[in-house]
Write a protein that binds this ligand. Structure first.
Ligand SMILES: *[C@@H]1O[C@H](CO)[C@@H](O)[C@H](O)[C@H]1NC(C)=O
Ligand SMILES: *[C@@H]1O[C@H](CO)[C@@H](O)[C@H](O)[C@H]1NC(C)=O
Ligand SMILES: *[C@@H]1O[C@H](CO)[C@@H](O)[C@H](O)[C@H]1NC(C)=O
Ligand SMILES: *[C@@H]1O[C@H](CO)[C@@H](O)[C@H](O)[C@H]1NC(C)=O
Ligand SMILES: *[C@@H]1O[C@H](CO)[C@@H](O)[C@H](O)[C@H]1NC(C)=O
Length: 568
């Protein structure tokens, strides 16, 4: 005699504008799809499933109160949910107290929940943030890096970055083979603030892990890369590793369900978008692909069905779900399907081996362990009831499009890496000339590790020497110019001794016959005396009076003639 199973859906939010990851209005019917699948696979024949749906609205007090109602008043067999970390903690405690199976999905990523000794009745379908740290370490080891810096923001206050910081520190303490050289909290999210952080971290590391709130809806990744690109922090030395759950890396989901590149501004394409691309070309994303990594187009068939079935019983969500924002399935609707399907599989097993124990949470949890195919690919539940997820490592290929370079199957603290490329240079480092960057530049972060350049070291002396040489050359030139000038002055002075300036001459008035005859006496041919235009120097300074005649042609006195004249 088998009882009817009462499945409880305990969904986070049913409020306007609630999270696109887990909204009730765009995910709840995934549970019905899972039950159809269980029936289609002839499991649990003769069973009926009954849902009771209460809302926690992401509030821990409401969650705790409603959980008690469900355990005590509704007497549920299993609780599916809650979907966020803070409400999950009191509800997990209550499930332990009432010894009732509980399976969570969605955004419950806190490592605290993944503790089988504290919460022995729980199964977790969501991916824990700890697996990001484990995958991050695998990437670091793969490329021979052992030090990195972490810059995180608390804007949006969704615990993501603090949780990641703690997970990194735990990972580092556990393995001891990687060093977190520096951690800084980003307080100022303006371009100036980000620049100050970049300057700071660049003196301590080249493998930089920036962390911003979930979903990157405020475009902080874009702003970060833009500031980096404009200020010289996207050279081939820099690697930006961005681990992120609930992400598809280089595809950011928009309100209407479509995707945009992270370098495209949220308000639409901008001219500066291209400036941000070089930053993203130097980035590596570690993401969960929102649980849709290996499926691709097949996932949209499921998503369409979720939206369609929300209008049908028992959800009857017609008017409330008619708004445009509810026409795309919640990101983690697939996980709700998987949570319900996992419960069905475990129920089937428990009925075979221990049929009376199906409400015994501690015992039931052991039947959750195993592997099955979920909506988004294979799902592995480890013996602590946690998920052993597959994470994806992405970078931009030669065409600036996202390419998966590795998948990492994480099993608690260990991981198995599957590389999806054969040529590392073109697949991973295409945008840095095919060369894998070291985690520390050859000359250190500030260049201080290289033998200092002789020139820069003695720059003062070099400059002094150069100035002296320049002055000497200048002096020589000036002396030469002066000598040349002095020589010309001298020549001119000497020329002046024999040259008679035209101005100092005066025309001689016509003379009487006597004068002519006087000249004739000197038996000089009478050519001079017969010229009317004869001139006579009347300069007072001149000692001698000289008679001169103006030539009708202009004779050129070259240097040689002048020299001869001076000799006379
Ligand atoms: C989706 O995958 C299932 C098996 O996993 C297959 O039967 C089905 O045909 C696929 N649908 C599409 C649209 O590819
Ligand atoms: C949903 O609608 C069906 C028929 O349209 C009705 O029988 C059922 O009671 C409704 N359920 C709820 C929860 O309103
Ligand atoms: C529930 O299961 C645990 C572990 O298997 C067992 O010790 C306990 O007795 C069970 N409780 C009931 C009420 O059967
Ligand atoms: C880039 O795009 C071109 C043309 O579409 C294609 O031939 C090439 O294979 C692509 N390269 C990579 C690395 O995807
Ligand atoms: C990739 O982006 C860079 C930067 O904007 C651009 O110069 C380059 O042409 C792009 N490459 C391709 C293949 O689109």
């Amino acid at each position: 005699m088998h009882p009817t199973t009462a499945v409880l859906l305990f969904l986070a939010t049913n409020v306007e504008g609630s999270s696109p990851y887990i909204s009730y209005r765009t995910s709840a019917s995934a549970a019905s799809i899972a039950i159809d699948r269980i029936k289609r696979e002839n499991r649990l024949t003769g069973y009926d499933f009954k849902f009771t749906i209460l809302y926690d609205q992401c509030d821990e007090n409401l969650a705790a109160g409603n959980a008690i109602k469900l355990f005590r008043d509704y007497n549920v067999d299993v609780l599916i949910g809650p979907t966020t970390n803070i409400p999950a903690i009191p509800v997990f405690t209550l499930a332990t107290y009432y010894n009732t199976p509980i399976v969570t999905w969605g955004m419950t990523s806190s490592a605290t929940l993944d503790d089988a000794s504290r919460y022995p009745t729980a199964g977790i379908i969501s991916i824990g943030s700890r697996s990001l740290a484990v995958t991050f370490r695998e990437v670091m080891l793969e490329y021979g890096w052992d030090q990195f810096v972490y810059a995180y923001s608390l804007e949006g206050d969704d615990e993501k970055c603090e949780t990641m910081r703690d997970d990194f520190q735990n990972m580092i303490a556990y393995y001891g083979d990687i060093v977190l050289s520096y951690t800084i909290q980003i307080m100022d999210h303006s371009e100036a603030g980000l620049l100050a952080v970049l300057k700071d971290v660049s003196t301590r590391g080249r493998i930089i892990v920036p962390c911003f709130h979930e979903g990157n809806t405020r475009g902080l990744h874009r702003r970060w890369m833009l500031v980096a690109a404009r200020n010289g922090f996207v050279t081939d030395e820099y690697v930006y590793i961005i681990p992120s759950l609930r992400s598809k890396g280089y595809a950011i989901q928009q309100d209407d369900g479509s995707y945009r590149y992270p370098w495209v501004d949220s308000t639409g394409p901008q001219p500066s978008d291209h400036e941000a691309i070089p930053g993203f070309q130097r980035s590596i994303f570690i993401v969960d692909m929102q649980g849709q990594g290996k499926i691709g187009s097949n996932y949209s068939v499921f998503e369409d069905e979720v939206i369609r079935r929300m209008k049908q019983p028992p959800y009857n969500c017609t008017d409330a779900c008619s708004a445009q924002e509810y026409q795309h399935a919640a990101t983690y609707a697939g996980q709700l399907h998987d949570a319900v399907y996992l419960y069905g599989l475990a129920m089937e097993r428990v009925l075979i081996t221990a049929p009376t124990q199906y409400r015994n949470g501690t015992q039931f949890a052991q039947y959750l362990v195993g592997t099955f195919t979920g909506v988004g690919g294979p799902i592995v539940i480890d013996d602590s009831g946690g998920r052993s997820p597959t994470l994806f490592v992405l970078t931009l290929d030669a065409n600036n499009t996202s390419s998966i370079i590795m998948t990492v199957d994480v099993d608690q603290q260990s991981a198995e890496v599957t590389k999806l490329y054969s040529n590392e240079a073109t697949a991973v480092w295409y945008h840095r000339k095919g060369i894998r960057p070291p985690d520390e530049p050859v000359c250190g972060y500030t260049g201080s590790k290289c033998p200092a350049n002789v020139f820069y070291e003695n720059m003062g002396w070099f400059i002094a020497a150069i100035i002296v040489i320049l002055l000497t050359i200048l002096g020589a030139i000036l002396a030469f110019v002066y000598l040349f000038y002095a020589k010309r002055q001298e020549v001119e002075r000497q020329n002046a001794l024999w040259q008679i300036p035209y101005k100092s001459m005066m025309t001689v008035a016509k003379k009487g016959k006597g004068e002519h005859s006087m000249r004739s006496i000197s038996s000089v041919p009478s050519t001079i005396s017969s010229t009317r235009s004869s001139t006579l120097s009347e300069n007072e300074v001149e000692i001698e009076k000289v008679a001169a005649r103006k030539y009708t042609i202009r004779t050129l006195f070259d240097n040689k003639i002048c020299a001869n004249m001076r000799q006379m």
